[in-house]
Design a protein around this ligand. Structure first.
Ligand code: PLP
Length: 466
């Protein structure tokens, strides 16, 4: 859908009350601060917008004047009216981890490891002796693990050989290796907004430029992509972190069709093992004729502490990354790879129980949110829900929540532009009773929190988010 049509859909509900100027300014302000309208995007002309909304031009001019006064719009002769936001990135607080204390920790979307990981580590220790006579260095990863991963893709409908798989120290490491091997200095990189924060942190650490692609309750919004020349696009169609969206095969096709052929598509499947509905399970790479690189990980399925993930792509690209990689690291520890192989060999037996645990925790959290009357997008997959705080600042809430015995990561941490302050990610990885208790505590804290307005500059972000 084109941007003017989207604007009509988004803004019409705001025009019912009086005065209309106020409603229009309020609606546009919300879209900007919510990150649905991106910085530097040009709005339709005042005349065109007035016509599309059935308003007088003077009404639109007055509403734009209000937002120009607030510094959220910029109009220049010959350049039209564009969205403006203070350019900054929420900072990472390196002490965040140490200060977590005893509070209920809702900052991590990670399940406990469980007995299967414990058993796999012991098994790996027994398997280690043949490797001890060699150097123990395998820059592409252990062949036996690459083969098991390739076989899993083949069974999902994406024929794959071991040579197409490179073992990494997690999906994030895979993303970093790709950025290092493929992106030229200063290149633009398309990232979802909101997204998993380290995806953006990695782009910035490589001195590349993140371009946000909005993901909202209607899905992936490609209507503002027009001038996009991204070298790579990072997409999480399978259990999007933080919203929990799960794209249909048709939605994936539509997003890929909107991206220039020169953009290398990277599909992050870190959360692929947790759909909450019937899905085809076909990897995105098997749905398109274009090159798609897939990132995989043991972290959400089994345990982030294993630090094992992988890149799956064309043999040429995988070899290129393997060659560049030796300047960064020489491959993950053998013992972790052996444990990963043992777990993947048994994944079909282990996963149903893990999914049942997630389903029970998801239901408990959604029920608690319904009781608290907090709107949220029903997650189609993944391990978290994206809550709409209805105008309360999640930055303020995150600051106050520890006083009520709970820790959360505020919405802006999941963005490039510092927006989404009325949103909050809540993971459903803790026991049901704990989740219900956490929502009760958060509701108490919310009564003290201020209203979400401007992108916030000094929020209590933790240094890492999983
Ligand atoms: C979408 C996404 N990608 C990557 C990661 C990091 O995964 P890994 O631990 O495999 O580096 C996460 C962790 O939360 C994630 O949500």
């Amino acid at each position: 859908m084109a941007l003017p049509d989207r604007l009509v859909g988004w803004l019409t509900p705001y025009l019912a009350g009086r005065p209309v100027t106020h409603g229009l300014a309020e609606g546009l302000r919300g879209l900007i601060l919510d990150g649905r309208l991106l910085p530097e995007v040009r709005l339709p002309s005042e005349r065109a917008l007035a016509e599309a909304l059935g308003l007088s031009r003077a009404t639109v001019t007055s509403a734009f004047d209000v937002l120009r006064g607030e510094g959220l719009l910029r109009s220049r002769p010959g350049d039209g009216t564009r969205i403006v936001l203070p350019s900054h990135r929420p900072y990472a607080d390196p002490d965040g981890v140490a200060r977590r204390g005893d509070a209920i920790d809702l900052t991590a979307a990670v399940l406990p490891a469980g007995d299967a990981v414990d058993e796999a580590m012991r098994h790996a220790a027994f398997q280690l002796s043949p490797f001890l006579t060699g150097a123990g260095v395998h820059p592409s990863g252990l062949d036996e693990l690459r083969a098991v991963i390739a076989d899993r893709y083949t069974r999902r409908g994406l024929p794959t050989t071991g040579e197409q798989v490179l073992i990494t120290s997690g999906a994030l490491h895979g993303w970093n290796l790709l950025l290092g091997a493929v992106a030229s200095p200063g290149a633009h990189i398309l990232v979802e907004q909101p997204t998993y924060p380290s995806v953006v942190d990695a782009v910035l650490a490589h001195r590349l430029r993140p371009l946000p692609l909005p993901v909202d309750e209607d899905g992936w919004d490609v209507s503002q992509l027009s001038s996009n020349r991204a070298a790579l696009a990072h997409l999480t169609f399978d259990g999007h972190n933080p919203t929990g969206r799960w794209a249909s095969d048709a939605e994936r096709g539509a997003v890929l069709a909107a991206l220039p052929r020169s953009t290398l598509v990277v599909c992050d499947e870190t959360l692929v093992d947790f759909p909450h509905q019937a899905v085809t399970g076909t990897p995105t790479a098997a749905l398109t004729g274009r090159t798609v690189v897939t990132l995989g990980s043991m972290s959400k399925t089994f345990w982030p502490g294993l630090r094992v993930g992988w890149i799956r792509g064309p043999v040429g690209l995988v070899s290129r990354i393997a060659a560049v990689r030796t300047g960064v690291d020489l491959g993950p520890a053998v013992v972790g790879q052996l444990a990963a192989r043992h777990l993947l060999d048994r994944a079909d037996q282990l996963l149903p129980a893990r999914r049942r645990v997630v389903a029970a925790r998801r239901s408990a959290l959604l029920e608690a949110l319904d009781t608290a009357d907090w709107p949220h997008q029903r997650p189609g997959g993944g391990l978290s829900v994206w809550v709409d705080l209805g105008g309360i600042s999640s930055t303020d809430l995150a600051r106050l929540a520890p006083e009520h015995g709970v820790r959360v990561t505020p919405g802006p941490r999941f963005t490039v532009t510092g927006t989404h302050d009325r949103h909050l990610r809540l993971p459903f990885v803790l026991p049901p009773a704990t989740l219900a208790d956490a929502v009760r505590r958060l509701s108490e804290a919310a009564t003290r929190a201020g209203r979400a307005r401007r992108p916030s500059r000094q929020a209590p972000y933790s240094s890492w988010v999983v």
